[in-house]
Ligand binder design. Structure first.
Ligand code: COI
Length: 354
């Protein structure tokens, strides 16, 4: 079903310049974007336009005081040739939690989902075939121009898309961070706001210089408990159980994390969401109780962790085989999105192709 959102089509598609065999994450941005503006207390003028520069001043409040929030979700071309957007409603709810935390106006689920629908109908040729996908990047940012430290009265809501392959190309070497902090309880860690990512760059760069791919963030108080990995949540298989840090105000409520936690019991795996101490992980790795560790996220999907460094000691994990939990749950997620398994949780938003 088409939406009533107006569309201005590009005169010059860039799709032929896109190397679909080599989709570096986020490098190629599709031809169109959805734009809506907020002023006088309401969202106005939602439309699909050619992707490109937007006129605004360097005084916009998003740039100075950080009112900028985003989401990341994915669309797939399923086995029936229809478009499947995975867990759009859940991403819409999380966007609104982030917006509320940053004193920004919420976006209704209808506007969010219809906006994606309209954009994907126009740019459906950009949806790559499986296992690649179309990454959808909604963003809301403050556009009022002034220096006063205040909540903006004006915003833009923009949705862009990008055909993507895997975020990580190999199993990850991660380092448990025991000096820098990503987020403290009561802060903005659970919100998908720009500053959480900018603040992680420096410690991540230092970790990369030491040969690691990612940082495993720990709690701000004592660096005693594992939080998340910044671009993904973290999960462990220990003693045959799936264990992951319980959500807190310092941890992003990952949609892939949630999906895996719902799927695990259907696959005969018990789950535990609770505090996970660095000491427990260290002991579990030393004794071989932890058999798998992986990151879970929309971009990362399910990304195996090859080694964990704790206070300078590297602990290695076996390469996950096809029967490992992480490989099985990754396949299951894929099969649900592709329509190869029934969508019993109602996760797929389907845009039917006639
Ligand atoms: C996602 O998984 O969608 C993310 O937002 C992580 C990263 C690409 C920023």
């Amino acid at each position: 079903m088409a939406t009533s959102i107006p569309v201005e089509r590009t005169k010059q598609s860039r799709i032929s310049e896109t190397d679909f065999n080599n989709l570096e994450f986020g490098k190629y941005i599709s031809d169109h974007m959805l734009v809506a503006s907020y002023s006088n207390g309401r969202w106005n003028d939602m439309k699909v336009v050619p992707y490109g520069p937007m006129a605004m001043t360097p005084a916009i409040l998003a740039l100075h005081y950080g009112q900028s929030v985003f989401e990341g979700l994915k669309a797939f071309r399923n086995n029936d040739g229809d478009i499947c957007v995975f867990r759009a409603a859940r991403h819409s709810q999380r966007l609104n939690k982030s917006l509320e935390r940053m004193c920004m106006p919420t976006v209704s689920e209808e506007m969010f989902v219809q906006g994606i629908h309209a954009l994907l109908e126009v740019d459906q040729a950009w949806i790559p075939s499986s296992p690649a996908s179309l990454y959808i990047r909604p963003i809301v940012f403050a556009t009022e121009s002034r220096f006063g430290v205040k909540v903006s009265d004006e915003y833009l809501f923009v949705i862009m898309t990008s055909p993507v392959g895997p975020y990580f190309s190999k199993p990850l070497r991660v380092k448990v961070e025991d000096h820098f902090v990503r987020a403290a309880e009561g802060g903005t860690g659970y919100a998908k706001c720009a500053g959480n990512y900018g603040g992680a760059f420096y410690p991540t760069m230092l970790a990369r210089d030491q040969g690691f791919d990612q940082v495993l963030w720990t709690d701000a108080r004592n660096h005693e408990y594992i939080d998340e990995a910044g671009v993904m949540n973290v999960m462990f298989v220990a003693d045959g159980k799936l264990i992951t840090p319980a959500l807190s105000s310092a941890i992003l409520d990952g949609v892939t994390r949630d999906s895996i936690l719902q799927l695990a019991p259907t696959m005969g795996i018990t789950t535990e969401e609770r505090r996970v101490s660095v000491e427990e992980i260290q002991r579990g790795l030393e004794r071989g109780i932890i058999t798998e560790a992986f990151g879970a996220g929309t971009a990362a999907v399910v990304s195996p962790i090859a080694s964990i460094s704790i206070r300078g000691v590297d602990y290695h994990l076996p390469e996950p085989g096809p029967d490992s939990f992480q490989q099985r749950v990754k396949r299951k997620l894929n099969d649900i999105r592709m329509g190869l398994e029934p969508d019993v949780f109602g996760w797929n938003y389907i845009i039917r192709q006639s």
